[in-house]
Each structure stands twice: as structure tokens, then as C-alpha cells.
Design a protein around this ligand. Structure first.
Ligand code: CO
Length: 198
């Protein structure tokens, strides 16, 4: 398996260079993590949270799924969210979508793809909600606007979770940010003001 052995070799080279910069790096990190950020992003391989924000291991807690969705019955996401807010006490939750998202495009095209169709239904709910705004748009422009609307909808879903409601009731300071990443220039843009209360 030459490809996989290459990955393991890369890993050793990376660990070595990190240790050279800071000999105590792994010792410190193995004791505890205290990230200030929770990242909820798309699984797309072109949108790696740490790399595009210049954050090191230990600095961002990450949850990724297809099309950066916040589904109220998703125990996986809710568990990540609860742990991030109540144990790690992150100060910022970032929902980061990206233009040209395959999940969003598939939802718009409404072609049957199998099991994933059930996941994409949640994106189609967002589409239905904004149908008047989306109707005159076509092609990439429509897909790009849907990618933006989807981020805003998922940030709103986050705002309404019991985890954030409870945190804000306790007086805990935690903000929700709505970001979108461009595959074309590598830039992240902010879509709306931070959400700070329920
Ligand atoms: Co995507």
C-alpha cells in the first residue's frame, strides 16, 4: 500500500517538525484540550477547518457532515455541541458552509442518490422556505445563494437548541457565527452578525 505508507511517512515528518518548533507541544496537548472554537462544517475534503483558519491541533473542536447541517434530532451533532459548550466551554461556534457544495447542489437537483436523500431533505426544507427568493435564480447563482441561505438556516437551528438556550440562561458567553468559504479564492466571508442570545 504505497499510498498509505506515504501518509504514515508524512505523519512522522509532521510530528518531527512540530516538535522541532516546540519540544513540549505534544506533552502539553496530551494533558488537555481547551479550544475556544467549535467548527460545524461540510465533510468536503476541500474545506479543512484547521488549515483554512490557520489553527493548530488543540485550537478548534470540529464536527463535519454533508452540507454542514444542524438537525435537531442528530444525536451525533448534539453530543458534540453539548460537550463543546458545557465541558470545553467554547466561546465561538462557527457554522461554515462553502460555495459549490455538492450536498446543496444534489438537494437542488433532487436526483435520487440513495440513503443520503433523507439527509438532503433537510436542505430541501430550507429551499422550500426561501422558494420566492430562489425562483428567479438559476445554475451556480442559485446554488451559491442556497449555500448561503443554508448556513443561515443552520445557525438559526443552533440558536434554538436546548444546549445553547441553557448556556445563555446560565449567563455563559457563547456566540454563533455564520461563515461561507469560497473554493475559488480560499477566502471565508461572514454572512450575518453573530448570534448571542436565544
Ligand atoms: Co459541501
Amino acid at each position: 500500500m504505497p499510498t498509505l505508507s506515504k501518509l504514515l511517512q508524512n505523519n512522522r515528518t509532521w510530528a518531527q517538525s512540530v516538535t522541532q518548533e516546540d519540544p513540549t507541544f505534544f506533552d502539553k496537548l496530551s494533558q488537555q484540550q481547551s479550544p475556544e472554537y467549535l467548527w460545524i462544517g461540510c465533510s468536503d475534503s476541500r474545506v479543512p477547518a484547521n488549515q483554512i483558519t490557520g489553527l493548530m491541533p488543540g485550537e478548534v473542536f470540529v464536527h463535519r457532515n454533508i452540507a454542514n447541517m444542524v438537525v435537531h434530532t442528530d444525536l451525533n451533532l448534539l453530543s458534540v455541541l453539548q460537550y463543546a459548550v458545557e465541558v470545553l466551554k467554547v466561546k465561538h461556534i462557527i457554522v461554515c458552509g462553502h460555495y459549490g457544495c455538492g450536498g446543496v447542489r444534489a438537494a437542488l437537483n433532487n436526483q435520487p442518490l440513495g440513503l443520503i436523500d433523507n439527509w438532503l431533505r433537510h436542505i430541501q426544507d430550507v429551499e422550500a422556505f426561501h422558494i420566492n427568493e430562489l425562483k428567479p435564480l438559476e445554475g451556480e447563482a442559485k446554488c451559491d445563494r442556497m449555500c448561503e441561505l443554508n448556513v443561515i438556516a443552520q445557525a438559526e437551528n443552533l440558536r434554538r437548541t436546548s444546549v445553547l438556550g441553557d448556556a445563555w440562561k446560565r449567563g455563559q458567553s457563547v456566540e454563533i457565527h455564520s461563515w461561507i468559504y469560497s473554493l475559488k479564492d480560499g477566502h471565508i466571508r461572514t454572512l450575518q452578525d453573530a448570534i448571542k442570545e436565544q
